[in-house]
Design a protein around this ligand. Structure first.
Ligand code: GLP
Length: 244
């Protein structure tokens, strides 16, 4: 779906998320959300905070799983996704802290594989993800599933591409400080979500949006794996859709 402005797309997906949360609450059930970081979802979170404040949207029944985190990463660091999520969303709504899950960038290198398997098990134990929010990187990555990622991949430690590190460099004060590794949900993990909503805004995303939407399914653009999901929507602004 193409929207005139990025704000319209953000409000549309925020309304869908709010409806889902309310529906589940009415049924006495939990709502499991898969969340993303980056600049793209910020307006979605802003709108969800507004709905909490002005329209009594309660987060008491919400369980969240974030897609990814740099590795290693301290939660209190300026660039951590824990900090990002607290500042952009969690500190402003009534979510229960024990219902928040973000890959832990402080686990040791020896235990990271076991940790990733446990993260995968937690998602399953929660009943799977109802709605996964996604952004897209310039390499076509979703989460941090860079080109070369397998369709069946699960939560794991990955190496970041040079393009992704270059995009991250501004937050880390230069490429030399940009992390080389990250923990990410896998492509398979993402595809098991019942609904997937990918947001992409701006002219700088137009080329990768075009390859993701019109290209053949291939591990060279991991976002193409979304094609055969039964409930996926790309929400774009006019600039990101300009090459379609
Ligand atoms: C990072 C995140 C991705 C995100 C991407 C795009 O790589 N791990 O989840 O989609 O950045 O970021 P932005 O939304 O700032 O363009």
């Amino acid at each position: 779906r193409v929207f005139a402005e990025d704000l319209d797309a953000s409000k549309s997906v925020a309304a869908e998320i709010a409806n889902l949360i309310r529906q589940r609450a009415a049924d006495g059930e939990q709502c499991v959300l898969g969340l993303a970081t980056g600049s793209t979802p910020i307006q979605v979170y802003r709108e969800l905070i507004r709905l909490h404040r002005e329209e009594q949207l309660s987060w008491q029944n919400v369980v969240t799983f974030n897609l990814d985190e740099y590795f290693p990463m301290q939660p209190c660091a300026a660039q951590s996704y824990v900090r990002f999520m607290n500042e952009q969303l969690f500190d402003h709504v009534d979510i229960r802290r024990e219902n928040i899950h973000i890959p832990d960038g402080t686990v040791s290198s020896e235990s990271v594989n076991d940790y990733c398997q446990r993260y995968e098990n937690l998602i399953e134990a929660a009943g799977g993800i109802d709605l996964q929010l996604l952004g897209i990187g310039r390499t076509g990555h979703v989460g941090f599933n860079e080109p070369g990622s397998e369709r069946a991949s699960i939560t794991r430690l990955v190496r970041l591409s040079e393009i992704t590190r270059t995009d991250a460099a501004k937050d880390f004060g230069g490429l030399e400080n940009a992390p080389r590794l990250a923990i990410t949900m896998g492509v398979g993990t993402i595809l098991r979500s019942r609904r997937i909503r990918l947001l992409a805004f701006g002219e700088h995303k137009a080329a990768i949006v075009e390859r993701s939407v019109q290209g053949e399914i291939s591990n060279s653009v991991p976002a193409t794996y979304l094609h055969d999901h039964r409930d996926v929507t790309f929400l774009l602004d006019a600039a990101a859709a300009s090459k379609l």
